[in-house]
Design a protein around this ligand. Structure first.
Ligand SMILES: Nc1nc2c(ncn2[C@@H]2O[C@H](COP(=O)(O)OP(=O)(O)OP(=O)(O)O)[C@@H](O)[C@H]2O)c(=O)[nH]1
Length: 606
């Protein structure tokens, strides 16, 4: 990690609160706040304190800016790929680089008043087209520094056209798999990948034998995703496992999350990268109840997913074999869950349910037989429901923001030995080999050596590029690149339109589950995508009516649970973030305190 450049401008009391500008609408109208606080806390349970006291970050080393150098030939990153049609694998081609070398503007993080923020947003929307999906990359938007003139812009547009043509009828969607511990998430996805041909029978047979030897029979499909020794020994998923499958109309990036409450931060990072969620429910009598009624992760995961802006949900009512495929049991779970999901903000017509058995592979990609389940025999399979999810717009024409969730060095990934390979998501814009980018918050210039993309197999003709909406890798290499500067939460950004980066921000908070009044000085953990950082509420600016959005009290002395507030936050270290209205992904966050989710937030200004 590196020392971050931070410049904060203290709030001016005269301009720090403009009621009319700030509270034009209700909190409950905001997509980021799908959670209805009044009901959320009624459904959440405060767990035992599983962490105590403050978490501190190690000191950050100084940054030296050094020029990047060339890299050896790239290699492939590992990814499970499956298709509802014939199985295929991700292949990436590599073409020539585009090179330019502009001067690097310093990112200038600062705290803006509401008025300034609105001016900034107006300017930003004037310079960037907000239309998302298949708008072609633009010189200003994608990576102006590497554009190198009209010919490069034209070739980028061409590449994007070829990329879209390569995807054909398929649209990309990121799907997070959530649910209570042991609901059968990994087994379900592992079996689906097997049925779709991404994992061979030989591998499953080997896992079957190894599982039995390890005293964990029936974990063979889960082991497809739970790859680490510790995960296999403990029989629980600990990190987010990525894989990919394709349905007739969707190319689906799967993010299998841990269900155990100890790994909620990992679940949050998975959910933040997702467009829709697959909620896996254990239908076994007593198991659904313990995941739902007793403060289990079914509730918290659904609440977090909605709080993080996910609006579409497929509910797989799993382990139906243990419930003898009972229609009554299915209806009981669907009805109970339906009430809760509606209460936390999911629209009923955006939620679909289907009975499955991940272990038996029933109703995953082939319909249930009338003998096994007469009441659902003609119902859609899990693949059918995933295929109906609506993909989000892709902001290809905006400045590049590649959010890094993992970093590897020493040849793993695409850059060859000596390379630093960044795994993550392209939130906006696009990148290709040769592009000059800015690594933030380290504020270091880098040159892209190689990329891989989750969408690349469908678009090999487009040449190597990663476009908004894709997950994948960007590799940089050479003596000038210090791996210590890279880390989860860093952003590879357009040089001339850099990503904002700050340790101080103004935000709207929806307090969900605080057991005592929140006052100035309250400390919690700020979770944003792949990072969690200690945070302090340094000012309570206003309490807001959560239904009307109207100001209730200026500078309140405390805020209670179920209330909405505008606050000023001080992070222990700077993060890349943005105003929510500019970037859904970089503008939303969750606050957790001693293992409990206490607030959902959106960035108002920085
Ligand atoms: N009977 C039955 N057992 C299942 C089914 N799906 C999973 N299991 C079993 O449930 C146990 C947990 O499965 P996992 O796939 O590891 O569950 P998970 O939700 O991924 O667990 P975490 O990620 O650790 O929360 C294993 O013993 C599986 O064999 C199913 O459809 N039927």
């Amino acid at each position: 990690m590196s020392r971050r450049r931070v410049k904060n401008i203290a709030l001016n009391d005269d301009e720090d609160y403009d009621v009319d500008e700030s509270f034009g609408h209700s909190f409950e109208d905001e997509p980021a706040f799908g959670v209805s606080p009044a009901t959320a806390s009624a459904y959440l349970f405060v767990r035992d304190k599983d962490t105590g006291g403050r978490i501190t970050q190690p000191p950050l080393p100084d940054v030296k800016e050094e020029p990047p150098q060339s890299a050896p030939a790239p290699q492939m990153a590992r990814l499970h790929v499956a298709t509802a049609g014939p199985a295929h694998s991700v292949k990436v081609g590599f073409a020539g680089a585009v090179a330019v070398s502009p001067s690097v503007p310093s990112p200038s993080p600062r705290l803006l008043s509401t008025k300034q923020q609105q001016q900034q947003q107006a300017a930003s929307s004037a310079s960037n087209s907000r239309s998302a999906s298949p708008a072609p990359p633009r010189k200003n938007g994608a990576d102006p520094d590497s554009a190198g003139g009209d010919s490069t812009e034209a070739s980028a547009t061409e590449a994007y056209k070829r990329y879209c043509a390569g995807l054909g009828d398929r649209a990309m969607i990121n799907l997070v798999i959530i649910g209570h511990v042991d609901a059968g998430k990994s087994t379900l996805i592992g079996h689906l990948l097997y049925l779709l041909g991404a994992v061979s029978q030989k591998v499953i047979h080997r896992y079957e034998q190894e599982c039995r030897k390890a005293g964990k029979p029936s974990f063979q499909f889960a082991w497809v995703l739970d790859e680490s020794e510790e995960e296999r020994q403990r029989g629980v998923t600990m990190d987010v496992a990525r894989s990919q499958l394709s349905t007739p109309h969707r190319l689906v990036n799967l993010l299998d999350c841990p269900g155990h409450k100890d790994f909620i931060p990992n679940m949050i990072s998975g959910a933040m990268a997702a467009d829709a969620a697959l909620l896996v429910i254990n239908a076994t009598r007593g198991e659904f109840e313990s995941g739902f009624d007793q403060g289990g992760q079914t509730r918290e995961h659904a609440l977090l997913a909605r709080g993080l802006g996910i609006g579409q949900l497929v509910v797989a009512i799993n382990k139906m074999d243990t419930a003898k495929w009972s229609e009554t049991r299915f209806a009981e779970i669907r009805d109970k869950l339906g009430v809760y999901l509606k209460s936390v903000g999911f629209k009923p017509d955006c939620v679909s349910y289907c009975p499955v058995s991940g272990l038996e592979g029933a109703n995953l990609n082939k319909p249930l037989s009338a003998e096994l389940c007469p009441w659902y025999a003609s119902g859609p399979t899990l693949v059918d429901l995933i295929d109906r999810l609506t993909p989000p717009p892709r902001s290809v024409d905006k400045p590049l923001r590649f959010y890094i969730s993992e970093v590897s060095t020493g040849g793993r990934g695409t850059g060859g030995s000596g390379a630093v390979t960044c795994f993550g998501n392209a939130l906006s814009g696009y990148a290709a080999p040769g592009h000059k980018l800015l690594l933030l918050p380290a504020n270091q210039r880098i040159t892209v050596k190689a990329v891989t993309s989750s969408g690349q197999d469908a678009s090999a003709a487009a040449g190597p590029a990663i476009f908004a909406g894709d997950s994948g890798t960007i590799s940089v290499s050479g003596g000038g690149v210090d791996p210590a500067h890279f880390g989860p939460g860093s952003v590879l950004s357009s040089v001339t339109m850099p990503c904002p980066c700050t340790n101080r921000l103004r935000a709207k908070l929806l307090l969900i589950n605080v057991s005592q009044p929140v006052t100035k000085g309250y400390q919690a953990i700020f979770h944003q995508q792949a990072v969690s950082v200690p945070v302090t509420i340094i000012r309570l600016l206003a309490q807001i009516n959560k239904s009307t959005g109207q100001l209730e009290r200026r500078h309140p002395r405390y805020i209670l649970s179920n209330c909405c507030a505008e606050v000023e936050l001080q992070l222990d270290r700077p993060l890349c973030l943005d105003v929510y209205t500019n970037s859904r992904e970089l503008g939303k966050f969750m606050l957790r305190d001693r293992g409990v989710t206490v607030a959902a937030g959106t960035v108002l200004c920085y």
